[in-house]
Design a protein around this ligand. Structure first.
Ligand code: SAH
Length: 361
């Protein structure tokens, strides 16, 4: 895929984003400014919380001015719009980034804690036909700090700790591999938010080389595959990424991922009326998953009724068709659940707030 489509991240080349700097990098910076080393710890703790330089109250004004002169900054995504569900407390944010790009994040409140769904790119170039995030293509990758910033900004706004992270917002995380990996390490680090890898899921439309790279990192995160169809030719119609990697190649990569990490893989399956919800397709899905992954592999299928995207022609399967599909999978030995719809009263599909805002501008 053409790299030129991606605008370089950050702004000026000499700018230093302190939110994604490691402790060692901050030590070097402080030493280069000729300041005593204890300043590094102070600066690091402020930056890791997303506090802007001018508010770092225990640093001398002169040091703050020099940091700014050097091009250092700490920036958190700014809330442009916030929707709160009256039914279940789900919160959806439209955030503006430093260069004005808009992204979305959602906080879902479960009994076992707060989960934030973060975006990994501004826009997306994967082109899935049912998805609003891809309507205007990819604008740019998010930096690690812009992904982390969504977690920090949501935490700050809610005054509550975020316990779990799902990378299921706008963008394809494996199409922004290095920044996503940097984010995962930052958010997991002891000096950072210290969120365990087991509390983090990453969802992909099936970028096979990325899955293989991720397997080599051997992080105990949960991998979710947005499958939506087990038949390569049918899936090509819904998800252009299938032209690059067939379903067979995708399932092979899943098998390798499981062999290395031992982590259960989840499959997302969005049910679209007349497209992928027939009894025959449920049968082929069950048989195909078992054949592709092997009988011993724990498989979980998450069935998701389609969120309507007005710009697209697809319609959601009816609730009885969703249940029939689930029953069919269960009867063939596949563990399948229907995803509860959170925040139905703020039901803007992923990418829609951003799309609509852009369309008005
Ligand atoms: N690019 C990644 C993560 C972002 S999409 C991926 O494809 O997995 C997060 C999930 O929402 C994916 O499973 C995606 O297929 C699904 N999705 C996209 N548009 C949807 C819609 N209109 N209704 C329901 N699910 C949708």
């Amino acid at each position: 895929m053409p790299e030129a489509l991606i605008t370089p991240v950050g702004t000026a080349r000499e700018s230093i984003d302190l939110l994604e700097a490691s402790y060692n990098e901050i030590c070097e910076l402080i030493a280069s400014l000729g300041c005593p080393s204890y300043r590094a710890g102070q600066l690091f703790r402020w930056a890791a919380k997303g506090v802007p330089i001018e508010q770092m109250s225990n640093l001398p004004a002169e040091l703050r001015a020099r940091l700014t002169e050097r091009g250092c900054f700490v920036f958190l995504p700014q809330i442009r719009q916030k929707l709160v569900s009256r039914l279940d407390g789900t919160v959806k944010y439209l955030f503006a980034l430093r260069d004005g790009q808009l992204i979305e994040s959602v906080v879902m409140k479960y009994r076992h804690g707060n989960t934030v769904c973060v975006s990994s790119q501004a826009g997306c170039r994967m082109g899935c036909r049912f998805c609003a995030s891809t309507l205007k293509g990819l604008e740019r990758n998010l930096t690690a700090s812009e992904i982390l910033g969504q977690v920090l900004a949501a935490q700050q706004d809610l005054g509550e700790r975020i316990d779990n992270i799902v990378m299921m917002g706008i963008g394809e995380p494996l199409d922004n591999y290095d920044n996503v990996l940097r984010f995962l390490r930052l958010v997991n680090s002891e000096e950072g938010l210290n969120i365990g890898y087991r509390h983090i899921s990453l969802s992909t439309c099936g970028v096979v080389d990325g899955i293989d790279r991720l397997a080599k990192e051997n992080l105990p995160i949960t991998l979710s595959i947005s499958l939506h169809n087990i038949d390569t030719e049918e899936r090509k119609r819904m998800m252009p990424v299938t032209a690059k990697w067939s379903v067979e190649e995708l399932l092979d990569a899943c098998r390798r991922y499981f062999a290395v990490t031992g982590r259960r893989i989840s499959f997302e399956y969005t049910l679209i009326a007349g497209e992928n919800d027939s009894a025959a397709q449920a049968d082929r899905l069950a048989a195909g998953l078992i054949a592709g992954l092997g009988r011993g592999t724990p498989i979980h299928v998450n069935l998701i009724p389609l969120n309507l995207v007005t710009e697209r022609s697809y319609r959601s399967s009816r609730p009885d068709a969703v249940l029939a599909f689930q029953k069919r999978l269960l009867s063939r030995g596949i563990n399948a659940t229907v995803r509860r719809r959170l925040g139905p009263d703020i039901n803007a599909s992923c990418g829609q707030l951003r799309y609509n805002e852009g369309a008005e501008a």
